[in-house]
Every structure is written in structure tokens, then in C-alpha cells.
Design a protein around this ligand. Structure first.
Ligand code: ATP
Ligand code: MG
Length: 600
């Protein structure tokens, strides 16, 4: 066995699971976001895959394997080629020797929809659900944390086809259940949450979050368990408005009040009666730049995912399909389109369009796109900017002093402590999570774009209804470590540990102890227990350290107690040690393992 552990923590690894997998010799970094899975890791990944496969098969889904090389033409048909290959797009693309463009599969909607349109003709063939477990490629902007965000990683992706929405919902529910089984069987603490559907598109979607401090996602949930959502998607009720102290419209000199906190203090009002005006620069896929002016309550922040979704809906007004970028423009960016200095920190909802250059080439839209967050719609006698540095207006009202934007949308960021929409007596709590799976109801987006139809019972042609369901197999495996380790190393959940038992011979020059170790190793193998034998010429201390680092659930030591016919058994999770008779140790440990594998 090629077994190499590291004593030092590699500098590149920031989070415990990444450090431990590198130190334990599970993975080796080959390049940015590119890792080799060493034999121990490969066993873990195969165990996760096996659980995923069993649960997918149990739903009636069928396994297949789709090509990783994907012709550009299919992505052009779905309309995703440019979004995925240009600017911040994450698809690796290449040109072959005949000058044909190809992409390396980041996901497979285009491929599967092509197959469906060629093979599914009739409602009699539906529903159908195909899945694969395969390496995906994504040129992530910030690959990091080892297998958590790689540029090459293993995913299980499934795609289902249906005659109607009801059938799609049924499979979606079955997938939800299968995902809960998978997470539970892998020994993970997780939470299903409502999620944003992002660039994949479609209607409902749910993520499966593995709870861990190092998680990149924030989850908001209520203690009663009836609501949980990714902050990207979460809704909430903001705090009640504290009545405005102003009853008439006035312009006040308010020097040095460019922040909400300073302004509230200076004019002595609650941030809940301030209308904050945030300027965004939006670039659409056809190159058009739009300046969006968002009005939101002073105590709230803009959720940029929700804003992106709203701006995407408005894309057609600019003859565009999607957004390439969304940013709060800095001084450098403003130079490209600002006709004069902006009254930053003092902007009012009616900021004049004359602040935008009249651009001959028409790439910059010469009027602001004005959007009001729902939190400002009902505000009375509010405080806001005066479009003049050092000045604000107070006692303002929509209709009298400012025109309320026609576009009124929920783009506020929900946060911990907010009241829940479904039950205002509940408040939202926050937790961090690692997104391990995501299930989507896609609807007819891809089938319509790519012409994947079927004939219904009455002979009419209709587009197929579609769902898609992903699990990050390699991310999940590392997330399990992030959730379960101690100062000495990994504590694998038994179900996905690379081996269940490690037999350690502390001193290999002691023939009796060596023979006992070898015999136990053979007996464990015969009993069907996955076992390792540490018969290296190393100090006993070094062997124990390595064994704790790699996290094998049970260690069996042929040490001092052998003279009484016993061996020491230590449980990795809690380091509980006991001496067991050598004749029955295999049977006893085997039973413990079997008990732990019976979780679902
Ligand atoms: P994220 O928001 O973390 O980038 P995503 O929304 O892009 O994820 P999906 O497209 O839904 O992810 O992919 C399905 C699953 O694949 C994810 O739930 C995650 O477990 C896994 N995954 C996605 N990107 C990566 C990556 N770069 N490295 C490892 N696993 C990944
Ligand atoms: Mg992603």
C-alpha cells in the first residue's frame, strides 16, 4: 500500500477538512482546483457513490453515462453557450482539429434534452428518469477548500421527463426523499432548504445543506422546523417602522451623513424611515450597460441574487437574455458613463438622467432603471437624499415629492432575527451550511428551447416537463470530514469510512504479536470486515498517530494484553478503549459495525 501521511499542515489548506485530507494522504493537489484521489479517498468516494446509486435505483431511476465533450451547437440551441463560456461563465471550451467548438460538461441538460427529443415520442414512455455519476468540469472563479470547490469534481446528476407538472412534482418528491436517505445513510447532519434556481433556471428548487461552520452558504430557519431557506432566497418580515418625527417636507443641511447610521443620528430618526438609494451597474449579454437605482429601507440590505433575478426578467426590455455582471460601480467604473460627479451618499430616488452620458454607440442606456424594494412602498414622511452633497430631505412622501418606481419587487436580504413570513411570532435563526445537493423543477424551459416534444393521450404535441437533480459526490465526502473531526484527525462516519478496522502491531519484531496481528487481519477479511493491517517498521506512537489521522472507526492492537489472550480495541469517535478476548473480537467488532450501518 502506498501510504504517505504529512506531519505539517500544508499552507494552502484553510479549512480543517482540506488540511486533514491532505495530511492523511487522501488527496494530492495537482493544480488550482485539481486533485488526485488517492486509494483511501477513492474508497470513500466509491462508498458515497454506492449509497447514491442504491437510493437512485430504489426510485426507479436508471443509470447511464453521458459524454463530457459537448458540442457548442447544443448549448447555442438552449441559449446558454455565451453565458457559460464568456465573462464569468464557468464552462471550459475548446476548438477541435476541424475548428468545431466544444465545451467540457459542467452539467448535462443540453445533452439529455437532445437524447429525449430523439427518443421520447409518446406519453406511454413517460415518466423517465436517467442519472449518471461522473467527473464534471467547471472553471470556477475561485476554486478553493480542496474538493469543496474544485474545477474537476464528481457529481451525480439525474434528469427526469414528464407529461405534466403533477408527474414532475411526484418525481421531485421521490428525489427529495432519496436525498434525505442518502444524507442520513452517509451519517451527515443536514437540512433541506428552499433555494434560488440560478442560471439553471426553472421554478421550484431545494438544496441539501450539510451543517458546518466552514460552509459557504448561510441558512435561515425557524426553530419550529416549518421554514428553512438559503439566504439567497429567504423571505422575511422586516421590523416595524418607527414613525417618522417629520410631518412636513423640508431640505436640511446634513454634513458628513453619507452613511445611514450617521444620517439617522444627525436628523434623529429611525433607519426604518430612511429611503436608501443604491446605484448598480448592470451589464447585459448583448453588451448594454444599464444603471439601476434601487430604493430600499435604510435598515435593510439588497440581496444581489434576488436583484439579479429581477434584472434578468427585465432583460427583454433591453433586447438581452441574461446578465453578464452586476456591481456597485466604483470611481473608476463611474468614469465610463457618468456625465458629471454623482452626489454619492446623498442620492434621491429622482436622481436625474442627465447624470448619464448620452453615448453615441448606445451601449449605455441613458436613463436610470428605477426599482423600489417592497419595504419602501408604504413609507410615510420618509428621509432621503437631496441629490446634493451634504443635504437630505425629510418628511417626504411618494406621489407628493417623489414618483414611486413602477417596478416594485422583494429584493431585500432576510437576516437572522427577522420575523418569519409564514408565522410572524417566529423569528429566523441562522446557520452555516455546505451545499451538497440541489434538486430543481425545470419545467419546459429546455424542452421548449430545444424542441423536445411528445404526443399526449389525445394526440396533441406538447413540450416535455423536466426536472434535474444533482449531488456533489466529492464535495459531500469532504463535507463529512468538515462535520466530523477532532484535534487528532478525521472521524469518518462508519458508512463512508475507507476501511472499518485497522489492526496495529505496535512492535513487529515481537513474533507472537506479529503473528496474532496477521491472524486477526485474515479473520476480519474472512468475516467480510474491511480491514487494514499496520505492520510497518515504525514506532508504535507514529502508528497510533497515523491511525487517528486517517480516522478508521475501530483500531485493534496486539499489545500488552495479548499475554492474557486479549487485544485492545479503541473506538476512533470517542477514543473509548477496552480489552476483548482474541477469540471473539472479530465477531464483536463486526456486530458493532453492522449496527452502525443500519441507520435507514
Ligand atoms: P455552488 O453554488 O456551490 O457553486 P452550484 O449551484 O453551482 O453550486 P449545481 O450546479 O447545483 O451547484 O451542482 C450540483 C452539486 O454539485 C452541488 O450541489 C455541489 O454539491 C456540487 N458542486 C457544484 N460545483 C462544485 C465544485 N466546483 N466542486 C465540487 N462540487 C461542486
Ligand atoms: Mg457553482
Amino acid at each position: 500500500m502506498l501510504f504517505v501521511t504529512l506531519r505539517e499542515t500544508p499552507a494552502e489548506a484553510e479549512i480543517p477538512s482540506h488540511q486533514l485530507l491532505l495530511r492523511g494522504g487522501y488527496i494530492r493537489r495537482i493544480g488550482s482546483g485539481i486533485y488526485a484521489y488517492m486509494p483511501l479517498m477513492w474508497r470513500v468516494l466509491q462508498k458515497v457513490s454506492k449509497i447514491v446509486r442504491e437510493e437512485m435505483d430504489a426510485t426507479g431511476a436508471q443509470e447511464c453515462l453521458l459524454p463530457q465533450l459537448q458540442p457548442a451547437q447544443l448549448w447555442q440551441e438552449s441559449g446558454r453557450w455565451d453565458t457559460y463560456t464568456k465573462a464569468e461563465g464557468i464552462m471550459f471550451s475548446l476548438t477541435d482539429r476541424s475548428d468545431r467548438e466544444l465545451g467540457l460538461g459542467p452539467t448535462h441538460e443540453e445533452i439529455i434534452t437532445t437524447i429525449a427529443r430523439e427518443t421520447i415520442r409518446s406519453y406511454r414512455q413517460l415518466p423517465s428518469n436517467l442519472y449518471q455519476i461522473q467527473t464534471k468540469f467547471r472553471d470556477e472563479i475561485r476554486p478553493r477548500f480542496g474538493l469543496m470547490r474544485g474545477r474537476e469534481f464528481i457529481m451525480k446528476d439525474a434528469y427526469s421527463f414528464h407529461t405534466d407538472e403533477a408527474s414532475l412534482k411526484e418525481t421531485y418528491q421521490a428525489m427529495d426523499k432519496a436525498y434525505r436517505h442518502i444524507m442520513t445513510r452517509c451519517g451527515l447532519e443536514f437540512r433541506p432548504v428552499e433555494a434560488d434556481s440560478g442560471a439553471i433556471g426553472g421554478s421550484g428548487s431545494q438544496e441539501f445543506m450539510i451543517l458546518a461552520e466552514a460552509g459557504e452558504d448561510e441558512i435561515l430557519y425557524t426553530e419550529d422546523g416549518s421554514y428553512a431557506a438559503n439566504t439567497e432566497k429567504a423571505v422575511s418580515l422586516p421590523a416595524d417602522v418607527v414613525e417618522s418625527p417629520f410631518s412636513s417636507f423640508e431640505k436640511l443641511e446634513t454634513p458628513d451623513t453619507a452613511t445611514i447610521a450617521k444620517l439617522a443620528e444627525t436628523v434623529n430618526c429611525s433607519p426604518t424611515v430612511i429611503v436608501k438609494n443604491v446605484l448598480y451597474e448592470v451589464v447585459y449579454d448583448n453588451g448594454k450597460t444599464v444603471l439601476a437605482l434601487v430604493n430600499i429601507r435604510g435598515d435593510r440590505d439588497v440581496n444581489e441574487v434576488k436583484l439579479t433575478n429581477e434584472l434578468t426578467k427585465l432583460a427583454k426590455n433591453y433586447k438581452a437574455k441574461t446578465i453578464i455582471s452586476l456591481s456597485v460601480p466604483d470611481a473608476q467604473a463611474q468614469k465610463k458613463w457618468a456625465a458629471k460627479d454623482l452626489p454619492l451618499g446623498y442620492i434621491a430616488p429622482d436622481l436625474n438622467n442627465s447624470y448619464i452620458v448620452k453615448d453615441g454607440s448606445k451601449t449605455v442606456i441613458p436613463s436610470f432603471l428605477r426599482l423600489a424594494d417592497t419595504t419602501v412602498v408604504e413609507l410615510k414622511n420618509f428621509v432621503t437624499g437631496a441629490n446634493e452633497t451634504g443635504y437630505h430631505v425629510v418628511g417626504a412622501n411618494w406621489g407628493d415629492n417623489f414618483e414611486l418606481p413602477k417596478v416594485q419587487v422583494d429584493i431585500q436580504e432576510a437576516k437572522a432575527g427577522d420575523r418569519a413570513v409564514h408565522d410572524p411570532s417566529q423569528t429566523l435563526s441562522s446557520a452555516r451550511g455546505i451545499e451538497a445537493g440541489h434538486i430543481f423543477q425545470l419545467g419546459t424551459k429546455y424542452s421548449e428551447a430545444m424542441g423536445a416534444n411528445f404526443t399526449n393521450e389525445s394526440g396533441k404535441t406538447e413540450p416535455l416537463w423536466m426536472g434535474c437533480y444533482g449531488i456533489g459526490v466529492s464535495r459531500l465526502a469532504q463535507a463529512a470530514v468538515e462535520q466530523s473531526y477532532d484535534k487528532d484527525g478525521i472521524i469518518w462516519p462508519v458508512a463512508i469510512a475507507p476501511y472499518h478496522v485497522i489492526v496495529i502491531v505496535p512492535n513487529i519484531s515481537d513474533n507472537e504479536k506479529m503473528a496474532a496481528g496477521e491472524k486477526l487481519y485474515e479473520e476480519f477479511k474472512e468475516a467480510g470486515v474491511e480491514v487494514l493491517l499496520d505492520d510497518r517498521k515504525e514506532r508504535a506512537g507514529a502508528k497510533f498517530k497515523d491511525c487517528e489521522l486517517i480516522g478508521i472507526p475501530y483500531r485493534v492492537v496486539t499489545g500488552r494484553s495479548l499475554s492474557e489472550g486479549k487485544v485492545e480495541v479503541v473506538k476512533r469517535a470517542n477514543k473509548e478503549a477496552q480489552d476483548l478476548p482474541i477469540e471473539s473480537v472479530v465477531e464483536t467488532v463486526k456486530q458493532w459495525i453492522e449496527a452502525e450501518l443500519q441507520i435507514v
